[in-house]
Design a protein around this ligand. Sequence first.
Ligand code: ADP
Ligand code: MG
Length: 453
Amino acid sequence: MKSETWGHVLAELQKTVGKNNYTTWIEPLQFNELTDGVAKIQVPTTFVGNWVSRNYSDQILRHLIGAGAKVSRIEFCVAPRAEMASAPQDKPKTQRKNGAALPDEADLPGAPLDGRFTFDSFVVGKPNALAHAAARRVAEGGAVSFNPLFLYGGVGLGKTHLMHAIAWELQTRRPDLRVVYLSAEQFMYRFVQALRDKDMMAFKTLFRSVDVLMVDDVQFIAGKESTQEEFFHTFNALVDQNKQIIISADRAPGEIKDLEDRIKSRLQCGLVVDLHPTDYELRLGILQQKADYYHQQYKGLELADGVLEFLAHRITSNVRVLEGALTRLFAFASLVGREITLDLAQDCLADILKQSDRKVTVEEIQRKVSEHYNIRLSDMLGPKRVRTIARPRQIAMYLAKKLTTRSLPEIGRRFGGRDHTTVMHGVKRIEELKVDDQQMTEDLELLRRMLES
Ligand code: ADP
Ligand code: MG
């Protein structure tokens, strides 16, 4: 690969990620080599590697391809210290400011913000409407109306995105405010460092000088007693001064194990809103927005009808996976110079699609089949041998064999401890009947569709 190629990537990133992000995350990277479609990039620390990989690897990949490099994947490796020419300097230690009212802006303990996580790029749907509205309200920077704002929800549903969006918005609307965003892990790290350096005063002064404090993934401090203690004091001090606090976690305050009760109840005092799992419309909306963006990046790349709908339907796990799929699809299509069709998507995303396949369980099959034939579940599992019960039982066995990866003995066990030969016989019987019995074929098809939907 030519050295201009990497230069091109850097130049493109410089345009999009913002000055601070560029200095913190991109500058320390060193391009190593490109072999067999894998670009190896050196990072100074695992932490930087993880961050860059999580937040910038899509963009880096895209720009590499845009510059003509034949690359399909990026690997980050931690370089031994001496090899890194430009390892970032540790920030000078916070000086205690005797008599000064506020610590320096530059000493604020926040983590960098991702330039892509803004309100503009956040797609609103039913599952996240409330969280979005609450975030918007806080981002106006007016009088504090609920404290804290507590956002919770599963991974990849947009908690971090919303928090960064609040921070960006506040920076424009209220540049006078000292806004700090950091993860609970970074909070702990800071705290431990302050303890080690015997510099708790500076730590306290710093955190209490903040106007808006956002702590991401607070479940991280569960079970970490002294960090919790300090967090609790910081929290109270800020609330007492009527400063806005925004917290995120992967579950509701009451459900975080090993979190002190007084903290739980403090966290519940404000507004608690959850981000629900995405629905089809939201997923499609997010895909459309991303696809528009990629369309501008990769000019001339065609996207066939139905591809986005297909992805929205099939990839239901979380938005991060959904985005990753689309990025890969565009990168791959531009590499091979083909239109993005359903076939291409199926080939290129086979692994993701397989992972997202809903797993049908034997229990679900038994339940659905009993309902369908109007028999009791206990009869399906019990010893009765009358046809009206034995036949649905065989159908359920057949479906269990076809739709799950369970072995015959395992299936037998789940059918009231039957022998595997009984299951085998049942499966065979249905296969025979299916051949001539139109009704049976239709029933099986209907059940299969219900189970797989
Ligand atoms: P969380 O912090 O809840 O685990 P993130 O905020 O990191 O999730 O979101 C994961 C990815 O999905 C990010 O790239 C984010 O931009 C994207 N994302 C999540 N929800 C939305 C949304 N409603 N609109 C646009 N992008 C979203
Ligand atoms: Mg997050």
